[in-house]
Design a protein around this ligand. Structure first.
Ligand SMILES: [Zn+2]
Length: 142
């Protein structure tokens, strides 16, 4: 089984409104993400997919939607209202609380399939660091 891995970093703000401790405050992280991709066969050049394409497609999505954005849950009305008052502030609303679990799973299940739809490559695993010591692994079950 051959897997290619592309890493990238971005910065974003969030909060976990029901958190028992300090994570209920508006704050941010320098996130690090690892995208793991596979394809049924290597292409005529001998690649799963060109690394430049991964950066363009998956990195491009992050740059456009999450980098220097605030990422909030759709039921976090108070924070949504506050962040919405800042003009031109990038805001991304997730179905669930923006934990590293929710975010890595969103990349795996939504962004990967959407951004790689016209390629043979498939995003099979996302590893995402919220801090240097804490990370989450989201991977497809099969
Ligand atoms: Zn946090």
């Amino acid at each position: 089984m051959i897997t290619v891995v592309q890493q990238l970093s971005f910065a974003a703000g969030h909060r976990l409104k029901d958190h028992e401790g300090k994570c209920r405050n508006l704050h941010g992280h320098n996130y690090r993400v690892e995208f793991h991709l596979r394809s049924p066969a290597l292409d005529s050049v001998g690649r799963v997919i060109d690394f430049g394409e991964i950066k363009l497609r998956l990195g491009g999505w992050i740059k456009q939607h999450w980098d220097h954005a605030f990422i909030l849950a759709k039921d976090d009305e108070e924070a949504l209202r506050a962040v919405s008052m800042v003009s031109d502030q990038r805001l991304f609303v997730l179905e669930n609380s923006p934990t590293v679990e929710t975010m890595s799973n969103f990349l795996l299940r939504n962004v990967g399939p959407e951004m790689l739809a016209d390629t043979d490559a498939r995003l099979v695993k996302v590893v995402m660091w919220e801090t240097a010591d804490q990370f989450c692994v989201a991977e497809l079950g099969d």
